[in-house]
Ligand binder design. Structure first.
Ligand SMILES: Nc1nc2c(ncn2[C@@H]2O[C@H](COP(=O)(O)OP(=O)(O)OP(=O)(O)O)[C@@H](O)[C@H]2O)c(=O)[nH]1
Ligand SMILES: [Mg+2]
Length: 184
């Protein structure tokens, strides 16, 4: 029994089994580590694009990160708008705008949609941009909301704007090490 418990514990990281029937720690170690890493990187970001699922914009959030995200210059990208009910999504947009939170419905696969998001980001950074030419924008979101698709589209847009430029090597890490620096 002790060997089985040890094996289970090893396999499931920091998830804790309490044979006494009490609380179970469901928050796996890699998620805690990722949340910590994001919190640290957020300090360096001038703006954060928080990607949420347009169909479930309140439940597709990382609750632990919210206080840190809301303290930053933030744009909420309601992704997968093509799968959402437009009438309900419109109500969500009103909801966020009433709370003075910038938000924009997007389809991460569509370049024109991502271009609109970038225009909003540039608008929000206009004042800072006049003082500081190099700014850092970070993309965050819970798993499967479309961060990688968005980052790929941003890269394609950046590449078409500045065709000759090489990208810096892989340096960021959210759920996986997908993000790279690129000039937009
Ligand atoms: N219909 C639709 N599908 C999308 C959109 N954006 C992303 N997807 C799909 O959603 C799935 C997840 O997208 P990813 O970009 O891998 O999501 P992610 O946030 O990077 O996921 P993790 O790396 O696991 O955290 C993929 O199947 C995408 O093709 C969108 O705007 N519309
Ligand atoms: Mg990804």
């Amino acid at each position: 029994m002790a060997a089985l418990k040890g094996l289970l514990k090893k396999g499931l990281g920091e998830m804790d089994f309490n044979t006494g029937g009490g609380l179970i720690n469901w928050f796996p170690g890699h998620m805690a580590a990722a949340t910590r890493a994001i919190r640290n990187r957020l300090k360096l970001a001038d703006l954060v694009i928080e990607v949420r699922d347009a169909r479930i914009p309140l439940s597709s959030i990382n609750v632990n990160l919210q206080p840190h995200l809301s303290a930053k210059r933030r744009v909420i990208a309601l992704n997968k708008k093509d799968l959402a009910n437009p009438n309900i999504m419109h109500k969500w947009v009103n909801y966020f705008e009433t709370g003075k939170q910038d938000c924009i419905p997007i389809n991460a696969h569509s370049k024109s949609s991502v271009t609109k998001l970038l225009e909003l980001v540039e608008l929000k950074l206009k004042e800072v941009m006049s003082k500081e030419p190099t700014l850092l924008v970070m993309v965050v979101g819970v798993p499967n909301v479309g961060k990688s698709c968005l980052i790929n589209s941003i890269h394609q847009i950046a590449h078409s704007r500045f065709p000759g430029e090489d990208e810096a090597s892989c340096c960021g890490s959210t759920t996986r090490c997908y993000s790279r620096y690129c000039r937009i």
